[in-house]
Design a protein around this ligand. Structure first.
Ligand code: ADP
Ligand code: MG
Length: 147
């Protein structure tokens, strides 16, 4: 696990962009952390790093958004998912098989279903309004970030 500090949305986005360089097709990036902690902001950076052209927005009602990219990015919101059947119906496993990168908000709800090579990103707010701590396991950002 490595820890990264962010003091602005732009910094969190830059961390996401840098992580994109470490990902392979079919990998899951699982987010953990409360509402407003920066999961969607981070996904915006991932999308930039994967050369996606579509705008990133929270997939709250659709459950999944696709953004294109190389490899293509699929963005999930698992807030209302609580069974294997529900997870399957989001297309989660199909996206993995098709070589997408999967960015998964509310991974708390599908933790037992996450593949072994999942990259975990845990978000913590504070102490300041714009301060966030990100703990990343399963991949290392090879840029001038972190401590
Ligand atoms: N350092 C930071 N990193 C990420 N977001 C931040 C930061 N500081 C303030 N924010 C604000 O926090 C909110 C994060 O929202 P969002 O990414 O949608 O959260 P989540 O998807 O985790 O619910 C945004 O309004 C953003 O402007
Ligand atoms: Mg979100």
């Amino acid at each position: 696990m490595r820890e990264y500090k962010s003091t602005s949305p732009g910094e969190t986005e830059a961390l996401g962009e840098a992580l994109a360089a470490e990902l392979r097709p079919g990998m899951v990036v699982a987010f953990f952390g409360e509402m407003g902690s920066g999961k969607t902001v981070f996904t915006r950076g991932l999308a930039r790093g994967l050369h996606c052209e579509e705008a990133v927005s929270s997939p709250t009602f659709a459950l999944v958004h696709e953004y294109g990219g190389r490899p293509p990015l699929a963005h999930f919101d698992m807030y209302r998912i609580s069974t294997w059947d529900e997870l399957d119906s989001t297309g989660f496993y199909d996206y993995i098989d098709q070589g997408y990168v999967l960015a998964v908000e509310w991974s708390e709800n599908i933790e037992n279903a996450l593949p072994e090579d999942t990259v975990r990103v845990e978000f913590f707010k504070g102490p300041g309004d714009d301060e966030r701590t990100l703990q990343i396991t399963g991949a290392t950002i090879h840029e001038d970030f972190g401590s």
